[in-house]
Design a protein around this ligand. Structure first.
Ligand SMILES: Nc1ncnc2c1ncn2[C@@H]1O[C@H](COP(=O)(O)OP(=O)(O)OP(=O)(O)O)[C@@H](O)[C@H]1O
Length: 236
């Protein structure tokens, strides 16, 4: 599937009776790279979960590749081109790396797993290791690679760098950069590491208490915004 554009209009959603995300609107062209920033608890994860249909939809529209998805189940959204790597590296710990990757193939031929190894050579060395034997960084690479093998038109990444060593963060960000440069998919990245997120993104969205507080080009993001919406010292 080629990269797909994403349009969000007045999206309002939450959990049970609680509304978390309120009236969020933005659009991303096909191949765009978006960083979603904001302090803890401001709704970043909820935004990605809402795009995937994992929260209670209260109102608003979601179009991916021009198709309205807001009423579809999560599995249907995945078929329509949304790929999701949730926080916490959701891999099968009792399966090998290669078996985990096969789960992501979605009917593609087995040889396609080599694409994952090309993107993350570390995984090739570990192909027979169990998920439980991988380091945190390798688990993140595996979770990401598995999503990418399904060739989503839009890839949603939730805090992929959380708790990882700087050298692994660099490897992951370099891989995201290569994916984005190929314009094979539109990428939305939720990230606490502002510098890494800004180096990757062309567009920035800032969430505050479930609302879009600021959006603009990554080049227009400045220390004053970082201080106001994220915290002193967010930008080094
Ligand atoms: N399953 C849930 N049920 C009820 N409330 C939830 C649930 N998940 C998150 N929330 C609440 O929604 C709000 C937004 O949380 P969310 O995880 O989306 O924020 P975040 O910006 O991703 O934060 P963090 O950076 O800490 O992950 C918080 O007040 C949180 O307590």
């Amino acid at each position: 599937m080629p990269a797909l554009p994403l349009e969000v209009e007045g999206l309002t959603a939450g959990y049970g009776p609680t509304v978390i995300l309120e009236d969020v609107s933005f659009s991303v062209p096909a191949g765009g790279r978006v960083a979603i920033l904001g302090r803890n608890g401001m709704g970043k994860t909820t935004l990605l979960a809402t795009l995937m249909g994992l929260t209670r939809h209260r109102g608003g529209r979601l179009r991916v590749g021009g198709e309205a998805l807001e009423t579809l189940l999560t599995s249907r959204r995945a078929l329509k081109g949304l790929g999701y790597v949730p926080q916490g590296r959701d891999i099968f710990r009792s399966l090998s790396v290669e078996e985990n990757l096969r789960v992501g193939l979605k009917g593609r031929e087995r040889g396609a797993v080599e694409e994952a190894y090309a993107l993350f050579p570390r995984l090739a060395e570990r192909r027979r290791n169990l998920g439980s034997q991988l380091s945190g960084g390798e688990q993140q690479m595996l979770a990401t690679a598995r999503a990418i093998l399904g060739r989503p038109g839009v890839l949603l990444l939730d805090e992929p760098l959380e708790g990882l060593a700087p050298i692994i963060c660099e490897e992951l960000m370099a891989a995201f950069g290569r994916l984005a440069a190929g314009e094979e998919m539109t990428i939305l990245l939720v990230e606490q590491r502002v510098d890494s997120a800004l180096a990757f993104a062309d567009t920035v969205l800032i969430l505050e208490r479930g609302r879009l507080a600021w959006s603009g080009g990554a080049q227009d993001f400045d220390p004053a915004l970082a201080e106001r919406f994220i915290g002193v010292g967010a930008l080094h």
